[in-house]
Design a protein around this ligand. Sequence first.
Ligand SMILES: Cc1cc2nc3c(=O)[nH]c(=O)nc-3n(C[C@H](O)[C@H](O)[C@H](O)COP(=O)(O)O)c2cc1C
Length: 314
Amino acid sequence: MEDVSDPPFRALCKEQGADVVYTEFISSEGLIRDAAKSVMKLDIYEKERPVGIQIFGANLDSMLQSVEIVEKSGPDIIDINFGCPVKKVVCKGAGAGILKDIDLMVSLTKAMVEHTKLPVTVKTRLGWDHDSIKIVEVAERLQDVGCKAISIHGRTRVQMYKGEADWRPIAEVKNNQRMHIPVFGNGDVDSPEMAMKMRDEYGLDGAMIGRASIGYPWFFKEVKHYFKTGTHAAPPTMEERVEAARRHLQMAIDWKGEQLGVFETRRHYTNYFKGIPNFKEFRMKMVTSDHSEDVFAAFDEVLEVFGDYEFATP
Ligand SMILES: Cc1cc2nc3c(=O)[nH]c(=O)nc-3n(C[C@H](O)[C@H](O)[C@H](O)COP(=O)(O)O)c2cc1C
């Protein structure tokens, strides 16, 4: 996830049981122009393997050059983003924009598969809009040109993030007798029960988790605990939450510097400390302080004031 799944966040998710992690999406045009922001996103670490580097673009030459650049970072997977609905991406024909030109989607994937020894996977949506959903056929064509796994978000581009994700077409992809590559479902998995439903009722090979993990890396462990025991794991204690927030901030500062580290870790705090009554004053300190020492001090204060707070098991 852009501005979310950087190395510090991925490290925390990995520690809490994520099986595979992916970088933020990286612009192929940015990569080939050596844009600092894009190049920085190539940083991956041994402890997070298996890790996929995700790229997006619609121009064949740029995508192929990007594959060569990405390979040098040594990821386990190269993932192509054919699902981003954001206007600035779509208007260039990239991300979900490519869902308007399935032939191009397939030929780009084929060329990338042939250009690398690494497994190439695809992340996409159901289709451009409700009337153009052909995901069963699209997935089969991607498989036929060598795509090694497909993750499908159960919404169309037109839906953006509105309404509920529809997993039925994803199950149809999986049920296609000709399909043999793993099919991962995505969209609205926000509880262990939803993950189990995706596996058992929809028969999918895995669940790709997005928003539920923002500020809550424990989500992965909780899903696995539920699969194993049928019961909910105890939620993380206040001490564990403060410790995770502290480490998240420190790793972010170490990786991208004080200013960006402080700024970009802010979006996670709401979920780290969700549901605590009368917390606003403390949250405000975390998300408005410009210096890490003030944010760390706010964490200490939270532990002092709310150390005994008991989070309810769902
Ligand atoms: C802030 C944010 C950034 C995202 N960035 C990416 C991205 O870079 N690549 C990608 O494949 N999907 C990205 N997504 C989409 C998610 O991967 C996922 O498809 C979507 O959020 C639905 O799944 P969820 O309900 O589990 O969040 C992003 C989503 C959010 C909320």
